[in-house]
Design a protein around this ligand. Structure first.
Ligand SMILES: [Zn+2]
Length: 320
């Protein structure tokens, strides 16, 4: 009997809960469109320093810019809650493996109820290898096969090899490459012209669209967050362009391993490559007070516009 009463009470409370859920759906959606919590994710850190410049590391630059960004956002929007995935040069959540570090970032974003996820990284390219003929050396080499095999004297060319830093520069903003089109959900980019993040997340499995749970998560992103991510990313890239930074083709969609965290965070999310640490001029800029101030003010400007747009549209700002 006791059991029965408990069961009844349980099912009544479940029904009431569900009722309240549907009843206030509209107001909840309106509330949800207010941007209250921002997750700022400085890329890498601790055991995983990311890309290396000639005098600085990506992890340090991204942390400095992230902390400045949070400070500026807080000054302009005092009610905004800002959550950092790390605030020191340490593995996120002090996790020991890269996989746990990345999962921690996404879990923290989700458990904090973030409304926007901003990941700050620096790009890099491989150094360029050069080859120059320096002269010839006389030496003996074997030629021919079998009985015809014999030794001959030849001039052997001598080369000098050296590398110089890659000169790619500019900013790139990435969003998770999923939209409403199922064909796109199943297409994972095989593009290999990008080096920036591969080093850091090569052990992380990409979502598998044939797994129903993964697919559900991808669809939620597609339905609710894709357009907002694109809108914010576009504002960021337009701002960089207006500041005279090199435009590398606007907001990019990728399903790369490096931006795994974007799809794991259940909210609009972007990854901003604030410049190439492998390019000597940009490395100086990224480390300078002027550069960091410009980058931060651009992201704050983009956020201001984004916030106005999303909040004025209310519940209608969902993808339709
Ligand atoms: Zn990175």
């Amino acid at each position: 009997m006791m059991k029965r009463t408990l069961l009844l009470l349980f099912s009544v409370s479940i029904s009431l809960f569900l009722l309240s859920f549907t009843g206030s759906r509209k107001s909840r959606e309106k509330q949800r469109s207010l941007i209250k919590t921002i997750i700022i994710d400085p890329g890498h850190g601790g055991d995983f320093p990311g890309a290396r410049g000639s005098f600085s590391w990506e992890a340090d630059v991204s942390l400095k810019v992230s902390l400045k960004l949070g400070k500026e956002l807080q000054a302009e929007f005092p009610d905004l809650k800002i959550v950092y995935t790390r605030t020191t040069d340490a593995n996120a959540g002090n996790k020991t493996s890269l996989l746990d570090d990345l999962h921690y970032r996404a879990d923290l974003a989700n458990s904090s109820g973030g409304d926007l996820f901003i990941s700050i990284h620096c790009n890099s390219t491989r150094p360029v290898t050069h080859k120059q003929l320096t002269g010839y050396k006389t030496g003996t080499v074997w030629v021919g096969k079998g009985k015809k095999r014999r030794k001959v004297t030849r001039k052997i060319p001598q080369y000098r090899y050296w590398t110089t830093p890659g000169l790619a520069k500019g900013t790139e903003t990435y969003i998770w490459a999923v939209n409403k089109d199922e064909a796109k959900i199943n297409s994972i980019s095989q593009n290999n012209d990008y080096y920036g993040e591969i080093d850091s997340t090569s052990n992380v499995a990409l979502p598998d669209p044939s797994d129903p749970a993964e697919k559900a998560r991808m669809l939620i992103y597609a339905q609710n967050y894709f357009r907002k991510s694109l809108m914010f990313g576009d504002l960021v890239e337009q701002g960089f362009k207006a500041q005279g930074r090199v435009d590398r083709g606007g907001v990019k969609q990728r399903n790369d391993k490096g931006i795994w965290v974007l799809q794991a965070a259940g909210m609009p999310s972007v990854l901003i490559e604030i410049g190439f640490i492998s390019n000597p001029d940009e490395e100086k800029y990224l480390n300078s007070e002027k550069g960091q101030t410009e980058i931060v003010s651009n992201i704050v400007n983009a956020f201001r516009t984004y916030k106005q747009k999303v909040e004025s549209k209310g519940a209608d700002s969902q993808i339709n």
